[in-house]
Design a protein around this ligand. Structure first.
Ligand code: GLN
Length: 579
């Protein structure tokens, strides 16, 4: 049996140079060369996981099938690899110390002094080894930058692993940044040299250096780094800025990174990768045939340089993947829901969009603005996709305006509400305590039974995503649920509940809703964006973008004065449109 090989990716000079994307690209490349590959993200922070981190500072929280709440790099890995990783693929300082301290409290160290060496190191190595089990190559991204105090324990532990396994089984990749100071206009190698020195201080010599910069590194500088690091010039890899991150595996393969990395681990490529369909998708991203305009109605918070896209990164990516499949570009307008509360006349501006999306969210701010936007989408027959809070608020909107329950609300916003159509359900507290919800939220993948004649069923079945038992699985991250008490009255007024999950006590929890007589109005309690991959888009996103495209066509036809009668959206066409 093959020994698992390890690739350790560390960052140099500054953070935010695309270490996560590089790791994901390396994983994709090694997989394409025929090896089973898993990726691990090490986050040196003390937090147990990313669940409690503020999305406005750290970007969105990524949720795994098994309910892990993780840094968004894991999302990048899954999107590139078209794989589902476990919470085990993320290791934090908090998890390591908590496991060791819990063991100590249970008396399992039998009176030993519990120390950094060997106990903490052993715990780190054991966690890495647990992921390695079924994989031939494991790529480990060490968060932070070399020289940080926080990542020293991890570098030390990985070096211990190397001593155990031998140099041939571990390769180190330094992803470093080469600045081009504007007043000099010349690429500088000094910071990289210093990063190499810091890495050497940890007893590590890089096997590869990935040179991130504005443009490709030239031979003069390559030689300079070679002389300093003893890394051969052909392992000093150019990684210039790119228009789309999905270009990176192609760029790295142009420098034969796959075969070189495998060779450094004593392996040879098992098959020549065929990058043609990936290349095709990258070309579509860069030069789409058409573009749809989508309004994402969110909670806009301005904190320093924080970018809103970061906290909705997976939505942005899921729309992009769906667009690629339909040869279409996506132009997203991030709209602050509160702007509709301050000035309701602004709602009319939604008419210009081809689709409206209300993403997940928490708390009270902007809620009435989101509800007003959903009402606008419903009444003006603009394609609508609701995600998590976007489904709960669609239920509130429908209850108020169609089912004639004017006081309807979610207890998240109005705890004493008389018509709680979305609420924390009775018994839920006990279930929370008994662990059914895994903490305080319904987290991770849950399977829904879907009505066979629903739009949702048709879409998942066309995508081959209905399980043998007829269920559809998506990942969740929420506390509140649609209140089953109000489901009959909502159904009576035409709201279609297309999928439900049976809770342990028999309660049926709404998972998907949809409307008939609308071009596209679908919402999910889960987060379908977490199962969207480049080349394997999520069916709800794909159908939403397809409906948006149809609106573009109808608009174009109307502009050319050829009146086209309203035609309900034909879901059967999606397959064809994608081929
Ligand atoms: N705030 C809602 C809840 O907790 C929705 C959460 C979400 O959109 N992720 O149930």
């Amino acid at each position: 049996m093959l020994v698992t090989k390890y690739v350790v990716v560390v960052g140099g000079v500054v953070s935010g140079v695309g270490k996560g994307v590089t790791t994901a690209a390396l994983g994709k490349i090694i997989k394409e060369h025929g090896y089973t590959t898993a990726l691990i993200k090490i986050d040196p922070y003390i937090n147990y996981d990313a669940g409690t981190l503020r999305p406005t500072e750290h970007g969105e929280v990524w949720v795994t099938d098994d309910g892990g709440e993780i840094d968004q790099d894991l999302g990048t890995y899954e999107r590139f690899m078209n794989a589902n990783f476990s919470r085990r693929n993320n290791i934090t300082t908090g998890q390591v110390y908590k496991a060791v301290i819990d063991r100590e409290r249970r008396g399992e160290y039998l009176g030993q002094t519990v120390q950094f060496i060997p106990h903490i190191l052993d715990e780190i190595v054991a966690r890495v080894a647990a992921v390695a089990e079924d994989n031939e190559v494991v790529i480990i991204e060490v968060g932070g930058t070399v020289g940080d105090y926080e990542n020293k324990p991890f570098l030390f532990a990985l070096r211990a692993l190397e001593r155990e396994l031998g140099q041939k089984n571990v390769a180190y990749v330094l992803v470093a940044y080469l600045p081009v100071p504007s007043h000099i206009g010349e690429m500088k190698t000094k910071p990289v040299q210093q990063s190499i020195k810091l890495l050497n201080e940890e007893g590590i010599c890089p096997d590869f250096i990935i040179c991130r910069s504005q443009h490709a590194i030239d031979d003069v500088r390559r030689e300079k780094i070679e002389a300093y690091s003893y890394v051969p010039a052909d392992r000093i890899i150019a990684a210039p800025d790119v228009a789309t991150i999905y270009q990176i595996p192609l760029d790295l393969e142009r420098e034969q990174v796959g075969t070189k990395l495998l060779a450094s681990l004593g392996l040879t490529s098992r098959r020549t990768p065929d990058w043609s369909s990936w290349q095709q998708m990258v070309t579509t991203i860069q030069k789409p045939h058409k573009t749809v305009r989508i309004a994402v109605i969110g909670k806009y918070v301005q904190i320093g340089d924080f970018s809103l896209v970061d906290s909705y990164l997976s939505i942005d990516q899921a729309l992009l993947h769906a667009g690629v499949e339909l040869n279409s570009g996506i132009k997203i307008s991030w709209i602050d829901a509160q702007s509709f509360e301050q000035d309701p006349t602004k709602l009319a501006s939604l008419e210009q969009f081809d689709g409206i999306l209300v993403p997940g969210g928490f708390g009270t701010s902007g809620v009435e603005g989101k509800i007003a936007a959903i009402e606008y989408a419903r009444e003006h027959k603009i394609p609508y996709l609701g995600i998590c809070y976007g489904m709960q608020l669609a239920v509130v909107e429908y209850a108020r305006h169609v089912a004639r329950l004017p006081d309807a609300h979610t207890t998240e916003v109005m705890p004493e509400c008389q018509t709680p159509v979305v609420a924390i359900l009775p018994l839920q507290q006990q279930l929370l305590a008994s662990g059914w919800y895994g903490g305080t939220m319904r987290l991770g993948s849950y399977s829904a039974h879907v009505e066979p004649d629903s739009v949702v069923y048709r879409l998942y079945s066309q995508a081959g995503r209905v399980a043998a038992d007829g269920t559809v699985a998506e990942r969740h991250r929420h506390r509140y649920e649609v209140n089953p008490l109000y489901v009959p009255v909502l159904k009576k007024h035409g709201l279609i509940f297309s999928g439900v999950t049976q809770r342990a006590d028999g309660t049926e929890l709404a998972e998907f809703i949809e409307l008939a007589d609308h071009p596209f109005f679908v919402a999910a309690q889960a987060h379908p964006e977490f199962t969207s991959r480049l080349g394997n888009p999520n069916p709800l996103f794909q159908a939403f973008v397809a409906a948006c495209l149809q609106r573009v066509l109808q608009r174009a036809a109307a502009a050319s004065a050829q009146a086209v009668p309203y035609k309900p959206f034909d879901y059967g066409q999606i397959r064809q449109a994608t081929q």
